[in-house]
Write a protein of this length. Sequence first.
Length: 398
Amino acid sequence: MNKNKLMVMFITFIVLIAITPLIFGKLMNSKYNQMLNDLRAKGMQIKVVDDKSGYLQTDKILEVTIPAEILNTQGVIDEVKLNIETKFKNLPVTNVVFLGKLDKLVLNGQFKKSEKELNEFLRKYIEFVVTTPNFRDYSYKFKDIIIDKKPTVGIEHITGMFKNGELLKNRLKIKDIYVKDKKGFIEIKNFKNDFEGNEKNSLSKTDFNVNVNLNRFKLQIQNVYSTTKTVLNELVKVNSTFGFKTLNVPNAVNADNFKVIAKIKGIKTELLKQLSQAEKEEKDKYLEKIFEDGFSINIDSALKNVKVMQRNFGGYSLNFDIKFLPTKNFKEKLNNNNIDFVDAKLHFVTTPEIANILMNALPRSAFLFALAKKENGKVILNLEFKQGKLYSEGQLVK
């Protein structure tokens, strides 16, 4: 290989190195600008207020405004303003970093008086870092929030992952949430939430542990969980589950495997959206329309192995099905104590010990338990309410 060829190869190599930041800077900026345009198309207002970019690094300051239509905060917040600095190297292998701070919350009129104080607090504590290698997968971390007053409030180790695809996916983790003072503490440990969804379907799962040690009272609840699945076609379907694995108050109460499952169906999706977006004075109008169409709610619940002072109380199982039949002027009917538009069925099985606890806590329930059957050491309630009349085991209760 002669010297001329070596010189040409050397110069080519130097040129490639020299133009690499320029080429990759343009490629990255193209993807970056597409991301901003996608967010703008979803309703966000994004303005580049400063550009400190150089040959080797892109560095831009953004002013981002998120309006109420996206936030869907039931009329509490009109908009959120953020200051975000974006940085990335103009090189082949790079991550894009977003450094964010809250600038301002604009609150709705009735909450306006709290705006100044709330903003002073949030500006002090809300800072975050977001990193992405591809403008689809984002990892984020929030600054710890520690309010060192009496009592001390803390939210520590807030991290998460967000994926922007056909389904939006978000995984949030918080190691510790607590309130504590000299008398003790209340804390939520290892909080996790997984969400995925789009405009039609969503699934959210949450779990955490609870510890309380306050004025010598101690409580531990392990594996608290909730799951909510929502399907928005012409009609809404919502399935929601809440429960825990164990509850323990030392030397007092123990319980295992509590759960409650609620299912709602039959509400028109468009009406529910209108209700959620309506001003306070207009909400009754959309509630009236929902009851004009009718809908249903089903609740299943169970609890096992309740012990009080080491005494075994057993558990319970419950199924409650309620149908709101199509009716007009339901609020007027309620005001006149007329609930003929309600059909309900209750099946409840428990132990005499738990039945006695319920009757002592809710004296009015004694009337219902007087209608119960007692079989094989169980108390069994089968109730039905229809056309304004109550039935027990199919027989009219007069």
